[in-house]
Design a protein around this ligand. Structure first.
Ligand code: RIB
Length: 280
């Protein structure tokens, strides 16, 4: 069982299921509203745990009722939350999500306490692997990349300016196709593996611009794609940390990401290992 530390965000997702996503300036009514625990960091931590890793989450939440909501499934799932602290006077991160019947979504994040994680919070961490995303301050990711000695994965989501040292340090960089376009040639600075997801299309693993592996996710009828990229990132890291080869790890990650679209909500839909293996 690999040990994985996830440094990242924990949110409450307020999800409106709508018949179609609004265009700018448009009001769409008739939505059904739900709340789920979410946040890229928390989703990746719980996904890695459900897939069999020993997981700890480094995160910040507020001292409000939403903090309990944000952490509930992580607690039930046995993710180590000893480095997940409440900050007095801060609000827990909130994501406003619209989901269409096709499973496509639009997300707006109010980071709240996630902004209060500091570089001091990621010192002297010991584990087989670490996963970071970009919903916490960039300086935290830079420091984590600089000091963590094990396998280091960064999921460049949401797309944002990133220090080139992080790209040079990462053993694994994960982007979706929109993020890949946003970063463009700057991804050429990556020295390790670069995984690119393309929704239901073929996902690739490359090193130095050379194709290492490719895999197509199993065909599923997506209900909600929220958290699918987080599941892919966690599954790929778990699988590589277990010592699986790139082809096998990518197939596993694609299947895990696809299974994560079958239910509403980011965390309720994160699959366990058995259900991913079934789809493989
Ligand atoms: O990747 C999905 C996540 O992005 C959601 O759970 C939401 O909280 C945002 O952080």
């Amino acid at each position: 069982m690999p040990s994985i530390v996830v440094v990242g965000s924990a949110n409450v997702d307020i999800v409106a299921s709508v018949l179609r996503l609004p265009v700018p300036g448009e009001t769409v009514t008739g939505a059904e509203l739900n709340r789920f625990p979410g946040g890229k960091g928390a989703n990746q931590a719980l996904a890695a745990r459900r897939l069999g890793a020993d997981v700890s989450l480094v995160a910040r939440v507020g001292d409000d009722a939403a903090a309990d909501e944000a952490l509930e499934l992580l607690r039930q799932g046995d993710v180590d939350l000893s480095e997940c602290r409440r900050i007095a006077g801060a609000a827990t991160g909130t994501a406003l999500i619209a989901v269409a019947p096709s499973g496509e979504n639009q997300i707006i994040v109010a980071p709240g306490a996630n902004r209060l994680l500091t570089p001091d919070d990621v010192q002297a961490i010991d584990a087989d692997a670490m996963i970071c995303q970009l919903e916490v301050p960039a300086a935290v990711v830079v420091e984590a990349a600089r000091t963590f000695p094990g396998f280091f994965c960064v999921n460049l989501a949401p797309a944002a300016e990133i220090d080139v040292q992080v790209l040079q340090r990462a053993d694994l960089v994960v982007v979706n196709e929109t993020e890949a376009r946003w970063y463009g040639v700057s991804l050429q600075a990556c020295v390790g593996l670069v995984a690119t997801t393309r929704g239901a299309g073929v996902a690739t693993l490359e090193r130095d611009g050379e194709l290492v592996a490719e895999a197509r996710p199993p065909g599923v009828r997506a209900v909600d794609t929220t958290g699918a990229g987080d599941t892919f990132t966690a599954a790929l890291t778990v699988s590589l940390a277990e010592g699986q080869g790139p082809e096998q790890a990518l197939r596993f990650a694609c299947a895990a990401g696809a299974v994560a679209t079958l239910k509403m909500g980011a965390q309720p839909s994160l699959p366990d290992r058995e259900s991913v293996v079934k789809w493989l």
